[in-house]
Design a protein around this ligand. Structure first.
Ligand SMILES: Nc1ncnc2c1ncn2[C@@H]1O[C@H](COP(=O)(O)OP(=O)(O)OP(=O)(O)O)[C@@H](O)[C@H]1O
Length: 303
């Protein structure tokens, strides 16, 4: 996996009194899928628009492979804007071809690319239909095809999964995985946290225009806190109460849930458990992305 291909460096943006972005900072490397999550109005769309250059930042910089991103590179980005923006009354294949031609692709190659993407999204039968006549999910697939038609070097997708049925989600996920595997950095925003957790190797959680947590999903889940559930047959009580660096969160039956302070040794906890009786289970309790999200966005600690 490559270096920091796309860097968003301390980007700030105000709309009048609204401070939409405050020093937004993150990067996406070659072959990575980056999930951009945050509550409504957190600043995801604004960030994506600034990456694309459809909106100017007040300060900060977007860099592509170390250089400030310019018009040429921006042309190589595949963008799926939140407001979608295809032509509702134009035939599906015609508009894909038109967009490919705008990117300088010759007619024959543009036709072949349009046909290929329509085939991959299962829309070959609908190629002559107006976009308007397609279901929402199928329109969404055409939008993604439009972002992909010129074989972009980067993909920036604003909520590409919203409104898709599970089958369409699978098709879309597969396309993003393949693109990432071919070295194309992919950034997408979503409110579907289970999907983000499944698909992304890194996530960024945004609150009020800033990045509040960013990294591989596994690391964020491991790093936020260390909790364990321990089962000892016979359910002795109080065995964990006096251990250094250990708080007991609760107990029921044979099980005790504990949280370790930073630096506390989990092996010492295991040894203490084993002295108290036969240990059936010693299980790390890792928060889900949804729990991390709630903690990061609300500042509330979830059990
Ligand atoms: N054109 C605009 N004029 C004024 N304020 C704006 C404009 N566009 C966005 N904002 C404000 O900037 C902030 C960030 O909005 P943005 O659309 O980037 O959030 P988002 O994370 O994409 O939200 P959502 O998940 O709801 O799509 C919000 O407070 C929003 O109201």
């Amino acid at each position: 996996m490559g270096g920091k291909d796309l860097q968003i460096d301390r980007v700030s943006k105000r709309y009048g009194d609204v401070h939409a972005l405050r020093e937004m900072t993150f990067d996406v490397g070659e072959g990575g899928i980056f999930g951009f999550v945050g509550g409504n109005g957190a600043g995801k769309t604004t960030t994506m628009r600034i990456i694309l250059g459809v909106l100017a930042a007040d300060s900060g910089e977007v860099r592509w492979r170390g250089e400030p991103i310019g018009l040429e590179t921006r042309r190589d980005i595949g963008y799926m804007p939140e407001e979608r923006g295809l032509y509702p009354k134009m035939g599906v294949r015609d508009q894909l071809m038109y967009l490919a031609r705008l990117h300088g692709i010759r007619k024959r190659a543009a036709g072949a690319a349009a046909d290929e993407w329509l085939e991959r999204f299962g829309l070959t039968e609908r190629r002559r239909d107006e976009l308007d006549d397609l279901s929402l999910g199928n329109q969404q697939k055409v939008q993604l095809a439009a972002a992909l038609i010129h074989d972009p070097e980067v993909l920036v997708l604003d909520e590409p999964f919203s409104g898709l049925d599970p089958m369409a989600v699978d098709v879309m996920s597969e396309v993003l995985r393949k693109k990432a595997a071919a070295g194309v950095p992919v950034i997408f925003s979503s409110h579907q946290l289970d999907l983000v957790e499944r698909l992304c190797d890194r996530v960024g959680i945004v609150r009020a225009g800033s990045m509040v947590a960013c990294g591989p999903v596994g690391e964020l889940r491991d790093g936020s806190r260390r909790r364990f559930e321990i089962e000892i047959a016979g359910g002795p009580t109080g065995w964990a109460d006096e251990l250094d660096g250990v708080s007991v969160l609760g107990a029921s039956g044979d099980r005790v849930r504990v949280e370790l302070a930073p630096g506390a040794d989990e092996q010492a906890v295991l040894a203490a458990a084993m002295r108290s009786g036969p240990v059936g289970e010693f299980v790390p309790l890792r928060p889900t992305l949804a729990e991390l999200f709630r903690t990061a966005v609300n500042g509330e600690e979830s059990e």
